[in-house]
Design a binder for this molecule. Structure first.
Ligand code: LCS
Length: 396
């Protein structure tokens, strides 16, 4: 299947023949699987015979989804989780031990940030945060004993794009055994495939574009077979137990079938909304990698197929930002992203409330920042809604 086009892969990738020849994937809503004999049960636990044992260790609905995601990201193996944070914590807790060193970008989703700055240090992991869009600063932060490097392809919430090839090359040159882990949630494998650019592990919140319908919380980790065995058998099985349910796996398989057309439409809408915001007097600055004015445009154009559906923008004051959020009608005032509906939120007080004021500044955003997840509505309607909200919030 690897040679098939991306539109084919989102529909058919990893498609085993289904039981009873059903077209859509059956939901194996079961916690456990019956062994033919005590000997068979023993062989399966000993890894001497393949086959299902217990849904925390694997389930046929989820396996089909995992194969499809591995194909989409171009990795050997994938493990599904019950949330993006489940995927991230299981991955990092499998790769890191007490005394190890993690170098991560300064701009991260709020809960990843608190995992790295509060939880991992409690277990003796040394964490250094750096602005990875500055390659010299990254190189200075890297040491030969660094175990893992972590960043987001399009950073939440200010849409910073980091040069995946350059950072991966530098990381492996200085610390050949380190794992470069990339959160590809905002871009999705439709826009960029970090493993093909030198990264070692990709994590996802599948709650977002991969599922795409705002009705599931899920996550993935994708890598080579050896790393994935550790992540599945330690991070998932023993540490977090954050297993994805078969019903959710089915919904993501369904959502994935339209990933390509959803992303195409969302990226086209986002470009129009970003251009509108750039020309809007109520807006102080727009962050969207597709705009030529973005400092990340060159790197994004080099590494990404399209520029995504996420835009953030600064208003002139905190009060105007808050009031804009209170006046939207079509856009939904909600966190999360990647859905059919356009979602709008305030990172400093919502998704990134885990950051202190100083950390917000260091990460490169302010409390005047609004984040928009552009949806599938007519772009003219999104723009009309933002226009009326700006006028109500800031005066005509
Ligand atoms: N990675 C990124 C880049 C995220 O934005 C999120 C959630 C996660 C991981 C965690 O995924 P979850 O456990 O929620 O599936 N981001 C959110 C956001 O920006 N708004 O609401 C949740």
């Amino acid at each position: 299947m690897q040679k098939e086009g991306i539109s084919t892969r989102v529909v058919h990738g990893g498609h085993a023949k289904n039981a009873e020849n059903s077209l859509s994937t059956p939901i194996y809503q079961t916690s456990t699987f019956i062994f033919d004999s005590a000997e068979q049960g023993g062989r399966r636990f000993a890894g001497q015979e393949s086959g299902y044992i217990y849904t925390r260790l694997g389930n046929p609905t989820t396996s089909q989804l995992e194969e499809r995601i591995a194909l989409l990201e171009g990795g050997e193996s994938c493990t599904a989780f019950s949330s993006g944070m489940g995927a991230i914590s299981a991955t990092m807790l499998s790769l890191l031990s007490c005394g190890d060193r993690l170098v991560a970008d300064k701009t991260l989703y709020g809960c990843t940030f608190s995992l790295f700055t509060e939880t991992l240090p409690r277990f003796g992991v040394k964490v250094e945060l750096v602005d990875m869009s500055d390659l010299d600063a990254f190189q200075a932060a890297m040491t030969p004993d660094t175990t893992a490097v972590y960043f987001e392809t399009i950073a939440n919430p200010n849409m910073k794009v980091i040069d995946i090839s350059a950072v991966s090359e530098c990381a492996h040159r200085i610390a050949p055994n380190c794992s470069v882990v990339i959160d590809n949630t905002f871009a999705s494998p439709l826009l960029v495939r970090p493993l093909s650019l030198g990264a070692d592990v990709v994590v996802h919140s599948a709650t977002k574009y991969l599922n795409g319908h705002g009705d599931v919380i899920a996550g993935f980790s994708v890598s080579d077979k050896e790393r994935m065995e550790r992540i599945r058998m330690v991070g998932l099985k023993d540490i977090t137990g954050a297993v994805l349910g078969p019903q959710e796996a089915f919904l993501i398989i369904r959502g994935l079938k339209t990933l390509k057309i959803r992303m195409d439409a969302i990226c086209a809408n986002a470009m129009k909304v970003a251009r509108f915001l750039e020309s809007c007097p109520y807006v102080d600055a727009v962050y969207y990698p597709g705009l030529e004015s973005s400092p990340c445009h060159e790197v994004a154009a080099k590494e990404m197929r399209q520029f995504g559906g996420m835009i953030s923008f600064e208003m002139h004051s905190f009060d105007e930002a808050k009031s804009t959020l209170n006046h939207v009608r079509l856009c939904s005032l909600a966190v999360s992203l990647g859905d059919a509906e356009t979602l709008i939120q305030h990172p400093a007080s919502m998704t990134h409330s885990t950051y202190s004021r100083e950390e917000i500044e260091a990460a490169g955003f302010t409390d005047r920042l609004i984040r928009l997840s552009v949806g599938l509505e007519d772009p003219e309607d999104i723009i009309a809604d933002l226009t009326q909200a700006f006028e109500a919030a800031c005066g005509k």
